[in-house]
Design a protein around this ligand. Sequence first.
Ligand code: 13P
Length: 352
Amino acid sequence: MNSQLLIDTARTLVCGDKGLLAMDESNPTCNKRFAALNIPQTVEARRLYRELIVTSPNLGQSISGAILCDETIRQKTNDGISFVDVLRREGIIPGIKVDTGAKRMAGFPGEKITEGLDGLRPRVEEYVRMGARFAKWRAVIAIARGMPTDGCIEANAQALARYAAICQEAGLVPIVEPEVLMSGSHDLQRCFDVTAQVLHTVFNQLHGQRVMPEGMILKPNMVLAGTACAVQPDVTQAADATIRCLLRAVPAAIPGVAFLSGGQAGELASGRLNAMNVRFKSKLPWAVTFSFARAIQQPALEIWSGHDFDVKAAQDALIHRARCNRAARRGEYTAEMESPARSAPAMAIPVA
Ligand code: 13P
């Protein structure tokens, strides 16, 4: 294992004020978002949309790494340049989602286990040859009556740890993503307790599987009340709860924490990330950054809606959200950065 390569890549992904762009929606998830906007659900439409994203001018000023999916990492622009090369020319590190999705978990009604370990080593080795330098695996944990169960948390945590070990062996930095979902009527404290339990279990398993913390990145949810909870925390309360939870469970040795957005509106995700950096940045052992999909992409997707003539406006919207999140990393994001035309909320469509 090339430890120094892993450490260097992980540090580069979270250095300065940049963050990650998740553009690795599975085909079914991407199609669901396209269907909602009457965009054809075809390989070519997905390729055009991903080309729009990777060719957005100056994307690399705010984005350090982009997470692709298996279809996208193999695709090229209209000019025949591979997306991997487009990203590299812009100084963006290409990454790849390697799980094969969250499936119904046998014996645990309502809960899911993320699959993809079978055959992972050769797949990862192929992605390395294609230019990927980091990877992602997402586990989903739902909160409801009697959920999550210890069985679900433990099985997902072990799969995350085994994935991470295989990635590090191959020289890919694993992004470890245990997502506690926002849907439900639970309050902030319940999300705090579940997130803490999940993170403790995940880091226990990572340690057990000999994953090097310096060569990985954690991609957690923010600690928030469920979307159906009547009492919603303000930005400061959400930031404080999130950081307090992570400080209890996340080793100081990891270089960075890159949050998922989970369906939050783009402005809210930026505001909460900003509050964490304003209030805690100088006191934290790890960088606190973003790895958003919807909270960066959604306005751009809505503007584009499959129309050639809207590519430029969609790219502007994408760059705008990326810049807002870059400012949030510095603790310099303000409401004034938002113009009314750009404030379309991210839709709460679950990621498959
Ligand atoms: P969202 O930011 O839309 O939650 O997506 C992040 C992600 O990569 C999910 O796996």
